[in-house]
Design a protein around this ligand. Sequence first.
Ligand code: BG6
Length: 490
Amino acid sequence: MKKKTFQKDFLWGGAIAACQAEGGFDQGGRGWSPMDMIEYESGKDAQKINLLDFYTTEKMNEGKDLSNGKFYPKRIGIDFYHNYKEDIKLFAEMGFKVFRTSISWSRIFPLGTEEEPNEEGLQFYDDVINELLKYDIQPLITICHGEIPLGLMEQYRGFYDREVIDHYIKYVKVLFERFGDRVKYWITFNEQNGMTTVTPLAAGVLKDKVDNMFEAGYQAAHNVFVANSLAIKAGKEMIPDAKIGCMIAGFTVYPATCNPNDIMKALTDTQLENYFYGDVMVRGYYPSFIKRYLEKNNIMLNIGENDLELIRQYTSDFLALSYYCSSVTSANAESLELTSGNLMSGGKNPYLQTSDWGWQIDPVGLRYVLNSLYDRYQIPLFIVENGLGYNDELTADEKIHDNYRIDYMTKHLLEVENAIDDGVEIMGYTSWGPIDIISMGTNEMTKRYGFIYVDQDNFGKGSKRRLKKDSFDWYKEVIKTNGKSLNSGK
Ligand code: BG6
């Protein structure tokens, strides 16, 4: 029987986030974002940087002092703010069908609390969207990618406080009203399962403002479910032909052994990390395992009168996921050797190699998570992040021979094709950081994901010129042949 492969209208492309690429932090009337306050420290072992250490009132105030002599990479990004035309032209040259970016909330509502949006901010995204459409590239907009306006974190406790739901919906409606005629693909929040794994970052909660971050994470997750459903409700009314998805970081967790206790541990980890979020946002209800988990941990969620009905009624059109690596778990935690990974660390797998940042490279793990999510939800999946962070070397003749990236992506895309052949419905694939951007987790430039090299170092120095890596032409061919070239080993 003929193997099933990428469908004709498969959405190939790339994905970035405003806070890692845009820069222009003080331009166009933009307000502060917490991402502006995370400094780069020279000589620090990148793997040991803990982003969450920066989520304190003290750190935020320190950052506001423009004369403090520290360097804050996300304030300048790769200056996509001024270079977007050149960058989009390169994406078009690769044949992108879709481009995912987020909107910087504080560019639209500088403090988050204003009644009226900032016109200059809206105009910037109008221009970006129109530039994409000029090349027939569909915009896929993430409404909130890890940065609520700092004002909302100071006046409230981020999404731990319900008031922030109202500010989010006010912002969402402004975006739908302004861009809904041209933007048909939306994601309400980046990696919603970060609410409980990296609460300060995902939910915008300053650490000194709450006593119990564990409890705050679950309450914020609930408030974000409500915000998600309200956004879908507004979307159905305002842009009936739009597809509005939710997103999780797709965790693939293997049991360390076939000891039934390890198998059980892998299942409960998967329930807490993946299924809790999918069940609420796709199936529309709190699964029983999470209700028991909350009870056992003495967490009493503050659930509004109509929340559960709203969550039941307004579910996601598609489930988006990021995927970089897998991990191993065990009922006997001490037996595990830990290594880092996206959003959290996990046990090492002797069958896998790791990237230079300790993330375990596992293409089959992608097929695994795609199958497990589709089995459970039966709605289209969209892989909106995947890629390899690598410290690329620029040769004297200004080339970047990134065969390791081509290898990583070929293997992952072949597993995507296998998943399609398994019967999984996949809308598209946007590689992470098709152009080098600032790393979210380690705040450095040297962790590069792009097909396009940006001549810029960890201190923002360099010409910022854009250079094509070897993978540029490789990806162009993958898109041109709708994935057929993957099988030819080219
Ligand atoms: C994802 C985030 O979790 O991982 C991205 O959504 C991030 O913002 C990506 O960039 C890769 O992580 P890092 O730390 O290598 O940039």
